[in-house]
Ligand binder design. Structure first.
Ligand code: PGA
Length: 267
């Protein structure tokens, strides 16, 4: 029994034009119609897509009234101002978008975002009522050097410490995605045992710093080469509350399959 429910999230990264986004969502809606399993799951199953910024208005319009929720791949914490290249919570809310992914490994490693910068995003976005999914995870050399827990410690202590973290962890406004960098886009999925061990550690960290209620409420997703073939086994782990899926979320039939697998894993 998954007491926290399950979140199946697709991170499209820099893929899919607005027209492709619309077609994807139309097909997803068609596939979900009359799917008793999905209807029965109700709010315990969340299916979520993070399309590129240019597709957000179309995605939001098209998903309205369906079970699909839409989020942005990044956003800045101020309401407006001189922040070239950024979008704000106000802009996202204007198109009925509530979710934002923050601190994805590509933001950290390709674009050099630091924990300090990520903390500013987390603080500002939570303060403005957005739902934040904070991504963390170690690189391959860090894992090989036995530093996985130390990296999780540092990323969480340096990027989560906001005055809103406590209530946001309790009420589902803040979730975590553990994504080992070596597993992202490589086909090298963490074994369920590796993912569970790291995610159990994340939950323990939350317990130690924010208490039992926050630790038992927060959803922790796994990400890194998740696909229809390995999702069920990952979701069977007690500390894995969903998946953040890159490559395998780009094809609607595969994404839908994974949402169905999520619904099966709920009980
Ligand atoms: P992947 O990406 O599923 O293609 O490994 C996951 C992610 O980057 O969120």
């Amino acid at each position: 029994m998954k007491s926290r429910g399950i979140i199946i999230a697709g991170n499209w990264k820099m893929n899919h034009l607005p027209a492709e986004t619309k077609a994807f969502i139309d097909r997803f809606k068609k596939l979900s119609t009359d799917q008793k399993q999905i209807q029965d799951a109700g709010s315990r199953l969340k299916s979520l897509l993070f399309p590129p910024m240019l597709s957000l208005p179309d995605a939001s319009d098209n998903a309205r009234g369906s079970t699909l929720q839409i989020g942005a791949q990044n956003a800045w914490g101020e309401a407006s101002g001189a922040f070239t290249g950024e979008i704000s919570a106000t802009m996202l809310r204007d198109i009925q978008i509530q979710w934002v992914l923050v601190g994805h490994s590509e933001r950290r490693h390709v674009f050099g975002e630091s924990n300090a910068l990520i903390l500013k995003r987390v603080q500002g976005l939570l303060g403005q009522g957005m739902k934040v999914m904070l991504c963390i995870g170690e690189t391959e050399p860090e894992r090989k050097a036995g530093k996985t827990e130390a990296v999780i410690d540092r990323q969480l202590s340096e990027s989560l410490a906001s005055p809103w973290a406590d209530s946001a962890l309790k009420n589902g406004q803040l979730s975590l995605a553990y994504e080992p960098v070596w597993a992202i886009g490589t086909g090298l999925t963490a074994t369920p045992a590796q993912a569970e061990e790291a995610q159990k550690y994340c939950r323990k960290w939350i317990w130690d710093h924010y208490g039992m209620d926050c630790a038992s409420q927060v959803s922790i997703l796994y990400g890194g080469s998740v696909k229809p073939d390995n999702l069920a086994e990952l979701l069977s782990c007690p500390n894995i509350d969903g998946a953040l899926i890159g490559g395998a979320s780009l094809k609607v039939d595969d994404f839908f399959k994974m949402v169905l697998i999520g619904s099966e894993a709920l009980n």
